[in-house]
Design a protein around this ligand. Sequence first.
Ligand code: PSU
Ligand code: MN
Length: 304
Amino acid sequence: MQIIKISDEVTSALKNNRPVVALESTIISHGMPYPQNVETARMAEKIVRENGCVPATVAVISGVLTIGCSDAEIELLGKKGTSVVKVSRRDLPIVVAKGLDGATTVAGTMYACSLAGIDVFATGGIGGVHRHADKTMDISADLDELQQTSVAVVCAGAKSILDIGLTLECLETRGVPVIGYKTSDMPAFYTQKSGFKTDYELDSAKEIAQAIYAKKQLKLNGGMLIVNPIPNEYSMDSDYINSNIEQALTEADAQGISGKNITPFLLDKIQKLTCGQSLAANIQLVFNNIRLACGIAKELCNLK
Ligand code: PSU
Ligand code: MN
């Protein structure tokens, strides 16, 4: 039985060295409420196309790892929401064997990209080292995936639901370059600055593509993290968002939420506490990341 499906459009683009940008699906099922999640996922694909690339939304559909979901599949994931499995690397074999629907995280999507030969992937934020990880050991599998899987991930940094300093330390240990696009500040998702610095600043999609290409030529396995700050007009007040994040963390703690449920719980709480303000920012930063990812994907095709 076929367990991996790459859409005809994505297959043909890859074969002809046309730029492809992958998109994850946990952000649809577990990261945003319906119907904004489906609208965002559709708009995300539209922006990829408008920027001259082919979108490849990744998910597991009835046990098939699907690279290049159809519109109906995106709708299904959005409607089913958190009732579909959140699929990181460790979940993939079980969800496929059981024939379930699943939404891929950054780690799951990166792995799918590597199977298909997709070099560039755009999302909102990555998972990382949770606060108090010294006690909980809660470190996202996204970081280990970045260590081993050769895909460039464009994101808006990491949310301060995480310990951003420790997340950067873990990325360094794993040999993952963190590149700030037009900035040397590590962005904090809703805000442009976290107080931490990136390893490098590169100021054009071309320079970033050159770095990805050099990494490939050097046969250095593993990903690259490109951090793209939220546009100023959509960025949130840092005191406001951080106090809401603190409150969400306190509630998660009180309810004993842990493991794979913690990130979706916090995202939902923060969206409710900010009356949708954080959701609006989240959507815009995803679009902004997609535009940069398209620029990088096109430059990379020119180098190949
Ligand atoms: N961070 C966000 N939005 C998200 C996620 C993270 O700001 O939607 C999702 C991504 O799919 C990411 C996953 O890969 O959560 C990380 O989950 P965990 O911390 O359980 O590894
Ligand atoms: Mn975790």
